[in-house]
Ligand binder design. Structure first.
Ligand SMILES: Cc1ncc(COP(=O)(O)O)c(C=O)c1O
Length: 365
């Protein structure tokens, strides 16, 4: 059993990808080639947004999205205390001030109620992170922020294709709700490239035009550099691969949901706690909370069940930034980081393997 088997997931696409690569080698449009535009259109369409702008990785996607807001230095950006380091690094790189908020109890996403308590007159952005594939409650937050001039951004790096049902029965796809949606397309994501890649979604034409320039050294037309930009282009080869892989995303997300359903129904061990997930979740990770992480990980190793940690430190405990948050406490984030453990959720896992994982976990004493 593997934790995640990219080779197996993509096997059927390999020949088609290779054929297309050969055509690209002939065409040699390697930089912002036609495959990039094609993938951007396809991804925007998938997310139900008007535009999508490819970039080099998910960390840059957040940085560029923040830059497009043209905020005053040190404007405050609210973000969860439990996420990947990129979220905070991008805020700091954009010259803005991160303000941490705890996640909900027994859930991987930021608490709306706690966001409200942290708002000051310097708060300009709330950066939601849809951790583990679980959507934040965007619409509830939007209502709570009514009449405040605060932009909501989404870091949807772990939630390609997830839905938020806080808006009502029909739900809304993540990445289509906030002013801008930021996605990592790192290989292990629900939609992953064969190297680094990222993409930003938006319905705002001005932001779209700006982002197309800033990711390409400030230039729309060769040699005309209108603004100071960065080189954060989406690689053409990655775009080609991603276009093919996007065709499998919904099918694989559905498989992840089915596996999670089996875990939800069959894991029953009083020493292990399951997180609360909503019906729009796409289970980038399936995380359990245990009281003795060392003992439990040793047990999983002995039972040959692969596992991982996402992530062992909350943001305020990372060496690089901890001095910014001295004496601040985020108990739910701390608990999830300390005791959370991710079990296999490869979309092609066999049902009998999933049930075997449940059985072994239930036998843990
Ligand atoms: C929540 C979150 N944000 C941002 C990133 C950064 O993405 P990348 O590794 O593509 O720069 C990741 C990737 O791990 C992530 O999980």
């Amino acid at each position: 059993m593997k934790f995640f088997d990219i080779y197996n997931q993509d096997k059927k696409l390999h020949q088609e990808i290779l054929n297309n690569l050969k055509l690209l080698f002939k065409k040699t449009d390697f930089i912002l080639g036609s495959s990039v535009e094609k993938f951007e259109k396809k991804f925007a369409n998938y997310c139900n947004t008007k535009y999508a702008i490819g970039c080099a990785n998910g960390t840059d996607a957040i940085y560029l999205a923040l830059k497009s807001l043209n905020l005053k230095k040190n404007s405050e950006v609210i973000m969860p205390a439990m996420t990947y380091c990129s979220t905070i690094f991008s805020i700091i790189r954009a010259g803005l001030k991160p303000v941490l908020v705890d996640i909900e109890k027994n859930s991987p996403v930021i608490s709306n109620e706690k966001i409200i308590k942290k708002i000051t007159n310097k708060t300009k952005v709330v950066l939601l992170v849809h951790l583990y594939g679980e959507s934040c409650r965007y619409y509830k937050l939007k209502k709570m922020l009514e009449r405040k001039k605060i932009v909501i951004l989404e870091d949807a790096s772990q939630a390609h294709g997830a839905f938020d049902y806080s808006s009502g029965k029909k739900g809304k796809k993540v990445g289509s709700q906030g002013e801008l949606g930021c996605f990592s397309l790192y290989p292990g994501k629900n939609l992953g490239a064969y190297g680094d890649a990222g993409i930003i979604t938006t319905n705002n034409k001005k932001k779209y035009e700006y982002l197309k320039k800033i990711r390409n050294l400030g230039s729309k037309k060769k040699y005309y550099h209108d603004i100071i930009g960065v080189n954060s282009r989406l690689d053409t080869i990655q775009a080609l691969i991603l276009s093919k892989k996007l065709n499998n995303l919904d099918k694989y997300n559905l498989n992840r949901k089915k596996i999670a359903d089996i875990y939800n129904k069959n894991i029953n061990n009083y020493k292990i706690q399951k997180l609360k997930y909503s019906k729009g979740c796409v289970f980038h990770q399936y995380v359990l909370v245990v009281s003795d992480i060392k003992k439990f990980s040793e047990y999983l190793t002995s039972q040959k069940i692969p596992f991982s940690r996402h992530y062992p430190f909350p943001i305020h405990k990372l060496k690089a930034v901890k001095k910014l948050f001295l004496k601040q406490k985020f108990p739910n984030s701390e608990n999830l980081a300390k005791n959370g453990i991710s079990i296999p959720i490869d979309p092609l896992m066999k049902k009998r393997d999933v049930l075997e994982v449940c059985k072994k976990i239930n036998n843990f004493k």
